[in-house]
Write a protein that binds this ligand. Structure first.
Ligand SMILES: Nc1ncnc2c1ncn2[C@@H]1O[C@H](COP(=O)(O)OP(=O)(O)O)[C@@H](O)[C@H]1O
Ligand SMILES: [Mg+2]
Length: 267
């Protein structure tokens, strides 16, 4: 569904250029749930913006569903850390915003029904007419999730969507997201700097190393679902994978493949 080959991103700034990403090869299967994990500044948001078509790479290619990405598309939805709801609009009309903004859509009735279904899916039935300020942070982020899903995207990109929430709400939302994921076939790339979140949510966790952002390793997470941050099930597996991610995130030596290359062809 998503294919990045040899992707690099260099930003030109006042104090010279910054290599945000270098030689990224990443393939995500249809329906897969991938978490991107790495320290602040390692290029996670940049990687999502490249997949979303909000940025074009300085090198390499980015494809979604077999087609080169040339700009934003309704097939690829984006969800941010803050819910960014319009304060004067009701919950329902916030969810319907992407549909209203697209003038090529004639028949809105189907979307209205879909909006009600999605709100029910996240437990917000009965809140359709409320305004954002009447909702808690977790509820606002649920509205934002519905808004991202309203056009039935093939891909959903989530940039630390739960990191501004309290721990308990985060746990609830990560459980809910797994349940929603099981009902929809959307491919998800979810950015986090939380090891717990990466382990609970992902089929695979992709670890990025900082400066320049490189793909450090990919860790398969073969723990049965549903998984929980709060429950004590599969504790040994969670501990094993968390330890592996922790080691990858703190290790400063280059990845094995790179070390071998350096030994054969010293730079
Ligand atoms: N538009 C931009 N112009 C210049 N530098 C940028 C821009 N966007 C990101 N960067 C730089 O690229 C690096 C990666 O940023 P980002 O992708 O936001 O990291 P992360 O999301 O992992 O914290 C950082 O050093 C950041 O300062
Ligand atoms: Mg970021």
């Amino acid at each position: 569904m998503i294919r990045l080959d040899g992707v690099g991103q260099v930003f030109d700034g006042r104090e010279g250029s910054i290599t945000a990403l270098e030689k990224i090869d990443l393939h995500v299967r249809a329906g897969e749930f991938v978490t991107l994990i790495g320290r602040s500044g390692c290029g996670k948001s940049t990687l999502l913006r490249l997949i979303a078509g909000l940025l074009s790479p300085t090198s390499g290619t980015v494809k979604v569903a077999g087609k080169p990405v040339t700009g934003p598309s309704p097939d690829v939805a984006f969800m941010f850390q803050r819910p960014a709801l319009l304060a004067w609009r009701s919950v329902l009309s916030n969810v319907l915003l992407p549909v209203e903004l697209d003038r090529t859509i004639r028949d809105r009735t189907a979307y209205k029904n879909r909006a009600h279904e999605l709100l029910e899916l996240v437990g917000l039935q009965g809140f359709e007419r409320r305004l954002p300020h009447e909702l808690s942070g977790g509820m606002q982020q649920r509205v934002s999730l519905c808004r991202s899903l309203i056009r039935d995207p093939q891909v959903m990109l989530m940039d630390e969507p739960f990191s501004a929430l309290d721990a308990l709400t985060r746990t609830e939302l990560s459980e809910e997201l797994q349940r929603i994921k099981m009902e929809l076939s959307t491919t998800i790339v979810f950015v986090t700097h939380s090891i717990d979140e990466a382990v609970v949510l992902a089929d695979r966790a992709v670890v990025l190393s900082p400066r320049p952002g490189r793909l450090r390793d990919v860790v398969e997470i073969d723990i049965p679902r549903p998984r929980s941050l709060g429950q004590n099930s599969h504790l040994a597996d969670v501990a094993r994978i968390s330890a592996r991610l922790h080691a990858l995130l703190s290790d400063k030596t280059p990845p094995v493949a790179e070390r071998l290359v350096d030994e054969v062809w010293p730079r």
